[in-house]
Each structure stands twice: as structure tokens, then as C-alpha cells.
Design a protein around this ligand. Structure first.
Ligand code: AMP
Length: 552
């Protein structure tokens, strides 16, 4: 259990959580009532004819389900100066940490703030994670649970991702003895951080040896903040240097360099699963703790069994944090054909049910209504009910709902793509080559259309091996619609395009330049024609293109 520390009492949090989850149904009704009362004056609600009613049935009858697209006009109006309540962050008082109590120390956190900007109407806008890092209560909680970031604030709020990352690594090394855990919002940032470490470790050692910050850091505020922490420390530099040269392929890098770290923490489920094997490689025997399930709209569930491996992580819904509904998706036939647009509904869907009405083993799409956003928001996530904790369900994240790859009657999801890539990338192991990142595209410019998979590899692989990978990818999509269409040539051979090293980093930078949040960045797993800039980055980086010989 967490030690009782100033302002944050771990035992109390757990007690409250137990009490709330025992009476999930009542808590849900009361939460809905509070959300509707607090937001009763909002124009959005007034227009829906609820007439002050706050019970679940009236709510469901009057308030429509919405996707992000439906909300865009409202968001625009708010940006123009209408002061309705809109997406805000909530401080994370995660209880995931209870399995691994930490002592006095710090956290090596790869966190970055995204741009804050003033909208036309004068509102300060930024992303949920940035709001969280900015909030005083988050900072106080982190201090209270002894999880302060090693890096000064100037590093987190620098807006230059590469300079921030270098300094996070440097500050982490300077406090290497104190670091209790390693964290990033999403696991891919941790993997990216250590891949970068592999490139820059000698420069980091040099900075520590000389006590002078590398000239690659050019932003004055970061230079002065980090320089204040640097003293010439040849002994530490030697230790780091000899540890680095003794590692084999960087296996166990984290426990070697941060000997008191107790775990690695971040979101590791869903679209983060492809990064787990590399993360395990860096973490060796350190536990990987999958962080909670949340969204910009609000927190959803806590991982109360953090000792479980990320592949079987579940999230216990917090019934007082929002009002939750679930659309049953009994079978895959219910999946909509949605080409990246969740609002086009072609099938009649079952009615959403309440939090305590879900059944174990079944899959649902999640709808949330929160204090920050009072609309009934379709998250687009599919979850499976793994069980119950008291009377509140434990959710297992399955995948994003949108079908991402479809030419005709075939339906493949993000998860199907991930499994296909996992299967095919096993063939690269003999070459000691890894898939660093991947995405996909449906190319309809050929007749018939075909799937294109983009891979960025850690180094070159032989043509013959790549050709086997390509066949394997094609066969790994086992959806009956795909297999049938491939056999009758209604879908053309799958194409594997190998892209230059650094291509996915360019994609990340592209999104960041548009104001996307680094902490919340998830590689798009399917790039549609409408996303021309990303498609352009990918297509201009192709080194090799291989077509599958499967189904010949
Ligand atoms: P955002 O819209 O950037 O706030 O991201 C919210 C989305 O991130 C969710 O709808 C999920 O698809 C994804 N996400 C958040 N937490 C998790 C988690 N623990 N596991 C898998 N996906 C997650």
C-alpha cells in the first residue's frame, strides 16, 4: 500500500474506490444527475427538451449519441468565444501504483506539453494531457506520491520534442539512483526514448563528464534550466559508459542504468501492444505496468491489478467519474462499414445499456458523458467485459471500432492489422531486423484495389525474406471476406512498402506541427486518401515495394 503522505492518502483512495464500486448503479444514477444539474444551463442540453429531468431513461430518450464529427460545430463556436464547458483534463490520481509501493524518489518521465494557443474568442486551448501537467493539483499529487519528474518544467514545456527528449534522458541519468519508475503516457514514447538513447548515449556521457550541455540544445530556457543541474561528474560518466558497452543489444538497459527503478508505467494496451516486445527487451525483468484507460473527455477505468501482464490488463470503471453506456456488439457482423468515419451508420444498432447491465465475455462500444463534456460521446473503442469488481465491470480494451482496411466485403480492424504484422515480422528475426513502426493504406488506384502495408525497419533485410514477409502478411488477414475476395481476385495482391529510416518520426513531427499532443500521439494505423500529407510523406520515402505471391 502507498505510504500515507501529505495530501495524498493511498489507503483512503482505495477505500473510497471500494465503496463506490460496491454501489455502481446508484453511483451512476447520481453521477448522471450531477452532470445534468451542473450543466443544466448549457444551450446544448436546453435544446434537447430534457426539461430539467435527470433520470437515465429521459436522458437516453432526449440526448442523441454523438461522434467527434458531430461536435465540431460546437467546438468551433466555443473557440470563437462561446463560453460553454468543453473538454478539460482531470488530474490523474491513479491507483494503479498500489502494487509497487515506491519510496522517496523521482520518476523518469517522457512527457511533453503541446502548444497552447488562444482561440479567436480568446480562450486558452490545449490538449488534455497538457492541461493535466499544467494543473497545480497534478503537480502536488506527484510531489505527494514521490513521483516528481527528473526534468525541470522548462524541459516538459519546451515545444521542441527532440530537445526535450534529450534533456529528459540527461536529467534521468543525473538522478539515476533516485529514479523509482519510468513513465510515459503511451508506451511508444518510452520505446522511442530508448531507441534515441542508443543513438545519443555517448553525447550524454560527454555532457555529464564535462558538466556542459550539448550544443544541440539551443532553446535558452532549457539550456539554463538543465545547465543548473549539470556539474562535471567523470565518475558517473564512466559508470554509465561502462554499463552501456557491457549491454548486449541494449537488453535490460532500464534496470542497468536506473538500478532502483521498480517498474515501467504507461498505456500499453490497444494500439500500444506492438511496442511491448521492444519495451520488454529494454525492461528485462522489470514489471511492465499498464496504465489506466482514459480519454480527453474523461477518465474511464483504473487498472487495479497492475501485476497482470499488459496483454491481459483490465480497467475497472470508476462509476462516479462519468455516466457510461455500452452498445452491445455481439458479433462482428454488427461492425459498421465506416471508412474512418464513425458517424455513417449502415446497420441498425442495438440500444445502449447501462454500466451494471453488461455481460461478462461480451463486447461493447463505450459511450461516455462526463462533467467536462455533457454530450453522449461515442468513444469508438470496443471493449470486452472481463469480469466485475464489486458491481462495476472490468473492461478489456479490444480495439478501436472503425474498420480500417476494407476494399469490398472484407473487414479488417486495427487489431487484425496488428496481428498480421506481428506474424510476418517473426520472419525477420533470423535477420536480426525489427519492424520499428507500421501503417497501412487501401490503394484503390489499381484494379482491383489492394492493401498496402508500410514498414520502417531497423536495418536492411534480404529481398527474399521481405518477399516471404509480404506473403505472410497477405495470408495473415484471415477475415472470410478478405480470403474469399483474394481467391477470386476481387482484391489484388497485398503490397509491402519498405520506407526510409525516420519516416514515422517525420509523421509524428507533421502531426505535432499541426498542434497535436505528443503525449497523446498514436501512429495512425491506416492512412486514407484524404490524409494526403501523411500519404505523401510515406510515398516519398519508399525504398522498396514488394507484391505478395500468396493465392497465386
Ligand atoms: P484521446 O482522444 O487522445 O484523449 O485518446 C483517447 C483514446 O486513447 C481512447 O478512446 C482509446 O482509444 C485510447 N486509449 C486510452 N487509454 C487506453 C488504454 N489504456 N488502452 C488502449 N487504448 C487507450
Amino acid at each position: 500500500m502507498l505510504e500515507k503522505v501529505k495530501g495524498f492518502n493511498g489507503d483512503r483512495v482505495i477505500e473510497e474506490f471500494e465503496a463506490l464500486t460496491k454501489e455502481a448503479e446508484r453511483v451512476q444514477r447520481e453521477t448522471l444527475q450531477r452532470i445534468l444539474e451542473e450543466n443544466g444551463a448549457a444551450e446544448y442540453l436546453q435544446n434537447l427538451g430534457l426539461g430539467g429531468k435527470t433520470d437515465p431513461d429521459s436522458f437516453k430518450a432526449c440526448v442523441p449519441l454523438v461522434t467527434h464529427k458531430d461536435l465540431e460545430p460546437y467546438i468551433q463556436r466555443i473557440a470563437d468565444g462561446d463560453a460553454l464547458p468543453i473538454l478539460t483534463g482531470r488530474p490523474i490520481k491513479s491507483i494503479s501504483l498500489r502494487a509497487h509501493p515506491i519510496g522517496n524518489g523521482k520518476a523518469l518521465q517522457f512527457i511533453y506539453s503541446s502548444k497552447q494557443f488562444r482561440t479567436k474568442g480568446g480562450l486558452l486551448a490545449t490538449t488534455a494531457t497538457t492541461n493535466v501537467y499544467l494543473s497545480q493539483s497534478y503537480r502536488n499529487t506527484m510531489k505527494d506520491i514521490q513521483s516528481q519528474c527528473c526534468s525541470p518544467e522548462e524541459v516538459i514545456f519546451s515545444l521542441d520534442y527532440n530537445q526535450s527528449l534529450y534533456c529528459h534522458l540527461l536529467c534521468g541519468l543525473i538522478c539515476s539512483e533516485e529514479v523509482q519508475f519510468v513513465f510515459s503516457t503511451f508506451a511508444h514514447s518510452i520505446v522511442h526514448a530508448f531507441r534515441t538513447f542508443e543513438q545519443v548515449w555517448e553525447d550524454l556521457c560527454c555532457d555529464i563528464r564535462e558538466g556542459v550541455l550539448s550544443s544541440r540544445i539551443t532553446i535558452p530556457s532549457i539550456r539554463s534550466a538543465v545547465s543548473r543541474l549539470l556539474r562535471p561528474n567523470p565518475q558517473l560518466a564512466d559508470t554509465i559508459y561502462s554499463k552501456c558497452v557491457s549491454l548486449s543489444s541494449w537488453y535490460g538497459l532500464i534496470p542497468e542504468l536506473w538500478p532502483n527503478a521498480k517498474y515501467v508505467y504507461g498505456i500499453m494496451t490497444g494500439s500500444m501492444e506492438p511496442y511491448l516486445s521492444k519495451l520488454r527487451h529494454y525492461a528485462a525483468n522489470l514489471p511492465l505496468m499498464s496504465a489506466d484507460y482514459g480519454s480527453s473527455e474523461g477518465w474511464i477505468g483504473a487498472n487495479i491489478d497492475p501485476e497482470e501482464p499488459p496483454e491481459s490488463a483490465t480497467f475497472t470503471v470508476l462509476p462516479n467519474i462519468g455516466y457510461f453506456e455500452f452498445i452491445p456488439l455481439k458479433e462482428r457482423g454488427h461492425e459498421q462499414k465506416v471508412e474512418n468515419c464513425a458517424s455513417i451508420i449502415r446497420h441498425r444498432e442495438p440500444e445502449p445499456i447501462g454500466l451494471t447491465e453488461v455481460n461478462v465475455g461480451e463486447e461493447y462500444e463505450v459511450i461516455i458523458t462526463t462533467f467536462a463534456g455533457l454530450y453522449r460521446y461515442r468513444l469508438g473503442d470496443v471493449v470486452k467485459i472481463a469480469g466485475f469488481h464489486n458491481s462495476t465491470p472490468k473492461l478489456q480494451f479490444v480495439h478501436r471500432r472503425n474498420l480500417i482496411l476494407t476494399v469490398n466485403i472484407d473487414k479488417n480492424t486495427e487489431k487484425d492489422l496488428q496481428l498480421a504484422v506481428e506474424e510476418a515480422s517473426k520472419l525477420l528475426a533470423v535477420e536480426k531486423v525489427e519492424v520499428l513502426d507500421f501503417t497501412s493504406h487501401v490503394d484503390m488506384s489499381t484494379d482491383p484495389g489492394h492493401y498496402v502495408i508500410f514498414w520502417e525497419l531497423s536495418s536492411n533485410a534480404r529481398e527474399e525474406v521481405l518477399s516471404n514477409c509480404c506473403d505472410c502478411l497477405d495470408r495473415a488477414f484471415i477475415d472470410a471476406g478478405y480470403v474469399g475476395s483474394r481467391k477470386v481476385r476481387a482484391i489484388g495482391p497485398l503490397e509491402l512498402r519498405i520506407v526510409n529510416s525516420g519516416t514515422f518520426h517525420k509523421i509524428l513531427e507533421h502531426y505535432v506541427s499541426l498542434g497535436a499532443a505528443l503525449n497523446q500521439f498514436k501512429t495512425p494505423r491506416c492512412v486514407g486518401l484524404s490524409n494526403c500529407s501523411v500519404l505523401q510523406i510515406l510515398n516519398s520515402s519508399v525504398l522498396k515495394s514488394i507484391f505478395s505471391n500468396a493465392y497465386c
